[in-house]
Ligand binder design. Structure first.
Ligand code: ADP
Length: 163
């Protein structure tokens, strides 16, 4: 059974992320969407909310599981005997950081292979940061994020419980 990990901040999950998950799930027996909860990286949404929203968005996808972890992705992958790491590439601007990360991970865990899936053209401009900015200013983000995420952002920005 070939398991693949798809790690990220998912703050919040977008249709770009969902597309990568769906395509990964066709390539591998199991995809583990792993929400990174490192305290050093500040996030808008708490980790349990980010994880919960992804769980709702992938419900019905039988070979996708959602979890969270702290610390190094390679340690999590090694402990769970995962040898494939999926990342998405939107544009050349993603490449430099992703290459450095993949090479670092290879040094730390040589058996791990990073597989890059190119973003679908229609999602290549979508980022969690853009979604947050548009939603914060009252704009419509329903074309960018799955429904549970859209509902959550709408409700919380209206209530003023997200800043
Ligand atoms: P990070 O893990 O760097 O904090 P994210 O949580 O936003 O970033 O994204 C996790 C992974 O998904 C990264 O590999 C990122 O390049 C990829 N990704 C983000 N947005 C998209 C998108 N619109 N299309 C395809 N891949 C994406």
């Amino acid at each position: 059974m070939i398991k693949a990990i798809y790690p990220g901040s998912f703050d919040p999950m977008t249709y770009g992320h969902l597309d990568i998950i769906q395509r990964g799930a066709k390539l591998f027996d199991q995809v583990i969407v792993a929400v990174v909860g490192n305290p050093s990286k500040s996030s808008l949404l708490p980790i349990d909310i980010r994880t919960g929203l992804i769980t709702q968005a992938v419900s019905g996808m039988k070979n996708v599981v959602v979890g969270d972890f702290q610390g190094l992705t390679v340690n999590y992958a090694q402990e769970n005997k995962i040898k494939i790491l999926i990342r998405g590439l939107r544009a050349i601007s993603d490449f430099e950081a992703e290459l450095a990360m993949a090479q670092t991970n290879k040094e730390l865990y040589p058996e791990l292979e990073t597989i890059f899936l190119m973003s679908k053209a229609e999602y290549s401009f979508i980022s969690s940061s853009i979604v947050k900015e548009v939603a914060r200013l009252g704009g419509e983000v329903s074309h960018f994020v799955p429904k549970p995420v859209n509902d959550y952002l709408k409700e919380h920005y209206l209530r003023g419980t997200l800043i």
